[in-house]
Design a protein around this ligand. Structure first.
Ligand SMILES: NC(=O)c1ccc[n+]([C@@H]2O[C@H](COP(=O)([O-])OP(=O)(O)OC[C@H]3O[C@@H](n4cnc5c(N)ncnc54)[C@H](O)[C@@H]3O)[C@@H](O)[C@H]2O)c1
Length: 379
């Protein structure tokens, strides 16, 4: 059993043993916020895992499992077709999580975002299909619903309000177009994640609000009436395992919202929960709505088809993050490594100084990036 360290990973009674093939599962983006929890879940279930990640944010989240006998690490950029062609050889399934993640980070450089989130997804899926891989589980987002006054299910109209959501929609469509008797894409639209992970992210609504409440004693909510579905990062990893292990005919070509009806909240409700749990914090509201997303999502399909219900709650996770901040386990939530937009902005500045296009930034963590990260800790 792999130690779960600082991330709150629930242990469950395993009632049925999955039929685990000796062929590895390929997980892209495995060093990220969700992937670093997923990979540990897969290893603990007995899977062989091949990781493909360029380690954009470093390898902290997976360093302690790199020597695991059932883990293979490919440090490379999945926009490179040769890399992808090799990485898919001999794998049983693919779970594709790697992406530029979040509206602000995706807005930094359009070409870079489209190349990573859309074009590379198509290339990886095509290579997987040619290599005879049957199941391709894709990490999409409930952001595809954008702004809507309706209750939304998987058949609802999409109304994206960002490049991020548009690239995910384009990737979903490309994957579903490839579906045939031998190739089964499975689209998993995650609610907004929260909670502590091996790669902490303090650019997600609940996480950053909690960190500000604990550290700064004050949070400001912009608007507050916007509805948003939330789900714990470890529950996303559990849902991905269910998608991997379900009978292929149950999930082939299907789209699932990942979350629960009970965890749809207005942002002002999140503020109220945080204030109840962190009473010294002041919760202010500002009428300026900077984030136009507003969506209330239904999760009946994943509950009824895959038997998925979350094990974690918002309140429990806020307390857990408060402890991590109070004890100094997370020293500085404003460290750029925990914020995709700030981290990538720093890289863009660096490559601009070197007069190189962003698409050519090196594939593994370099000493320049390492310096950037430590510089980022200084202010
Ligand atoms: N976190 C959320 O709230 C959330 C919500 C909905 C959907 N999602 C989706 O889940 C997936 C994982 O999100 P996350 O929060 O773990 O992201 P993250 O930013 O923490 O991690 C992304 C990982 O992808 C890797 N990566 C990016 N581009 C790559 C490339 N070209 N080649 C190789 N590796 C590359 C990065 O190095 C990083 O390790 C994404 O597809 C995201 O769109 C996340």
């Amino acid at each position: 059993m792999i130690a779960t360290g600082n991330a709150n990973v629930k242990t469950e009674q395993v009632t049925t043993d999955p039929v685990i093939s000796a062929a590895p599962v390929l997980v892209t983006g495995a060093a990220g916020y969700i992937g670093s929890i997923l990979v540990r879940r897969l290893l603990n279930r007995g899977y062989h895992v091949r990781v493909l990640d360029r380690l954009m944010y470093g390898d902290d989240a997976i360093r302690d499992i790199l020597s695991h006998p059932r883990l293979e690490m490919v440090v490379a950029d999945f926009r490179d077709r040769m890399v992808v062609a090799r990485a898919v050889q001999g794998v049983s399934s693919v779970i594709h999580l790697g992406a530029i993640v979040g509206d602000p980070a995706c807005a930094i450089d359009e070409d870079f975002t489209i190349g990573t989130n859309f074009e590379a997804t198509r290339v990886i899926a095509d290579a997987a299909r040619r290599a005879g891989v049957g199941r391709f589980v894709f990490g999409s987002t409930c952001s595809v619903y954008g702004a809507s006054a309706e209750t939304l299910d998987e058949t609802s109209a999409l109304n994206p309000v960002s490049l991020y959501a548009n690239t995910k929609i384009a990737a979903e469509r490309a994957l579903l177009d490839m579906a045939d008797a031998d190739f089964a894409p499975v689209i998993m639209r995650f609610a907004t994640a929260y909670g502590h992970s091996y790669r902490p992210r303090y650019d997600l609504a609940v996480n950053v609000m909690t960190a500000k409440a604990v550290t700064d004693g004050q949070i400001t909510i912009h608007g507050g009436d916007q509805w948003r579905p939330f789900v714990h990062v470890d529950d996303i990893a559990r849902a991905l395992v269910l998608a991997l292990e379900a009978p292929i005919e149950t999930v082939a070509g299907e789209t699932f919202n990942v979350g629960s009806d009970e965890q749809n909240h207005q942002l002002k409700e999140v503020g109220e929960i945080i204030q109840r749990l962190i009473p010294h914090a002041a919760v202010l509201t500002n009428d300026l709505v900077t984030d136009k997303r507003n969506y209330f999502v239904q999760f009946t399909k994943i509950r009824e088809t895959l038997g998925f219900t979350p094990l974690h709650t918002l309140a429990e996770s806020i307390v857990e993050m408060k402890e991590a901040l109070d004890t100094g386990e997370v020293r500085d939530y404003q460290d750029r490594r925990y914020n995709n937009y700030q981290f990538l902005t720093q890289i863009v500045r660096e490559v601009a100084r070197q007069r190189r296009p962003l698409v050519t930034i090196p594939i593994a963590i370099t000493s320049t990036m390492e310096q950037l990260m430590s510089a980022a800790c200084d202010d």
